[in-house]
Design a protein around this ligand. Structure first.
Ligand SMILES: *Cc1c(COP(=O)(O)O)cnc(C)c1O
Length: 366
C-alpha cells in the first residue's frame, strides 16, 4: 500500500521528543502562553529570515488576521487565484471585502502573471498570492506588475521553506499567513497557525487582533478576537522543525524522480517550475488523460492519490453569488477535471515512486 500521507513516519522518529514536550507542558501548567511559543516563533522566523512571527490558531485565522491588519477600506476588491483551498478566498469575505478570482497559469498552477494586469483597477487593494502546492510564485515580478499601493498577502499554507531566487516565501510580500495543520509540510498535532511580516506596524496590529485588541491584560484598544497557538502545539512544532529540511529534501527527491520518469509522457503532463523556484512539493500535481479511471486503477493497485482541487473555487456553491458565466476566462480554462496529486511525502522511497510510475504506465498501455 502506498499511502498519500503517513504521519506515523514522522511520529515514529520523534515520539520520544514529543512525549518530553507533553510532560514538560503538563508539569508546568503552561497551556496558554509559554516558552515554546516564543521558541518556535523565533526559530521559524530565523529560518525564513522574516522580522516578525505572530502565532495564531490556524491558517484560516492567519489569513483573516493578516488581511484585517492592513486596514483596507471596506468592500475593497481582493484578487484570489481561482484554484486554491477555500480559506484563501473565504478570509477575504470574512474581512468584509470582495473576492475577485483571477486565472491561473495551467503549467505552474499559480496566478497567471501574464493575465493579471487586466484585473487591476482602482478598487483592487490587495492580492492573495498563494504558493500553491509548495511552488513559490514570483513575488518581485507580481509586485512590479501591481505598481500602485496594492498589498500582497502571501498564503504560505502549503509552502514551508519554499523560496524564490533565494528569498523565502513569507518574507517577500507585505504580510504572510501560515498553517501548521497536521497534514502540511510542517504540521502540529492539531490546529496551529502563524503570520510573518517584516513590517513592524502590521506585526503589532496582527498580534493585537489575535489577542482581543489588547496591549496588556485588561487594556483593550479595539475589539479583536481570540486566536492562539497552544504552547503544547508550539513545542511539537519546534521538534518537527529540526527535521523539516531533511523531510523537504526527500519530497524534492521523490518529485525529481517523477519528473525524470514522466517528462516525456504523452498522457501525463508535469508541473512547470521556474528555474529560480525552490518547490517544496506539499503536493505533486500532474495533469492526466482519463483522470478518474486512472485514479481508480491506482487505488485498485494499492496507490492512494488526491485531487487538489476537484472544484474550481468560482464553481463552488459558495460563489454562485458572483454570477460567473461559463464563458468567463477563469471558468473556460477549468483545469480541475484533469488534475491528479500523486503521493510524494517524506514517507516514500525512490522504489515507491518507481512503482507508482510503473502502474501509471501499465494503465495507459492497456
Ligand atoms: C490548509 C490551507 C489553508 C488553511 O489552513 P488551516 O490551518 O487549515 O486553517 C489556507 N490556504 C491554503 C492554500 C491551505 O492549503
Amino acid at each position: 500500500m502506498i499511502k498519500f500521507m503517513d504521519l506515523s513516519f514522522q511520529h515514529n522518529i520523534i515520539m520520544e521528543e514529543i512525549n518530553n514536550v507533553f510532560i514538560d507542558v503538563v508539569a508546568n501548567n503552561q497551556f496558554i502562553g509559554g516558552n515554546y511559543i516564543n521558541e518556535f516563533g523565533n526559530e521559524f522566523k530565523n529560518i525564513i529570515k522574516a522580522d516578525y512571527f505572530i502565532p495564531c490558531g490556524n491558517g484560516t485565522d492567519a489569513l483573516e488576521i493578516a488581511i484585517e491588519s492592513l486596514e483596507l477600506p471596506r468592500y475593497s476588491d481582493i484578487l484570489v487565484p481561482c484554484n486554491s483551498f477555500i480559506a484563501s478566498s473565504e478570509a477575504v469575505t470574512r474581512c468584509g471585502h470582495n473576492v475577485v478570482f483571477v486565472p491561473i497559469d495551467k503549467n505552474t498552477h499559480l496566478i497567471d502573471l501574464k493575465l493579471i494586469d487586466k484585473y487591476i483597477n482602482k478598487n483592487v487593494k490587495a492580492v492573495i498570492a498563494v504558493h500553491l502546492y509548495g511552488n513559490p510564485i514570483n513575488i518581485p515580478l507580481l509586485k512590479s506588475i501591481l505598481k500602485n499601493d496594492i498589498k500582497i498577502i502571501e498564503d504560505c499554507a502549503q509552502a514551508h521553506l519554499s523560496h524564490y531566487n533565494n528569498n523565502y516565501v513569507g518574507n517577500m510580500g507585505d504580510i504572510a499567513a501560515w498553517s501548521f495543520y497536521p497534514g502540511k509540510n510542517l504540521g502540529a498535532l492539531g490546529d496551529a497557525g502563524g503570520i510573518t511580516t517584516n513590517n513592524e506596524k502590521l506585526a503589532i496590529k496582527s498580534k493585537m487582533i489575535a489577542n482581543h485588541g489588547r496591549v496588556e491584560k485588561y487594556n483593550h484598544i479595539f475589539e479583536g478576537r481570540n486566536s492562539r497557538l497552544d504552547n503544547l502545539q508550539a513545542g511539537f512544532l519546534s521538534v518537527k522543525l529540526k527535521y523539516i529540511k531533511e523531510w523537504t529534501d526527500t519530497r524534492r527527491k521523490n518529485a525529481n524522480t517523477y519528473n525524470k520518469l514522466l517528462k516525456n509522457s504523452i498522457n501525463v503532463e508535469i508541473q512547470s517550475v521556474d528555474d529560480e523556484a525552490f518547490h517544496v512539493y506539499h503536493l505533486y500535481v500532474v495533469r492526466v488523460k482519463n483522470r478518474d479511471k486512472l485514479k481508480e486503477y491506482l487505488y485498485e493497485h494499492g496507490i492512494e492519490t488526491g485531487i487538489h482541487y476537484p472544484i474550481l473555487l468560482p464553481n463552488l456553491s459558495a460563489y454562485k453569488k458572483l454570477n460567473h458565466k461559463p464563458s468567463d476566462e477563469i471558468i473556460v480554462d477549468d483545469v480541475s477535471n484533469n488534475l491528479l496529486s500523486l503521493p510524494v511525502g517524506e514517507h516514500l522511497k525512490e522504489s515507491d515512486i518507481l512503482h507508482v510510475v510503473n502502474v501509471i504506465n501499465n494503465f495507459y498501455a492497456n
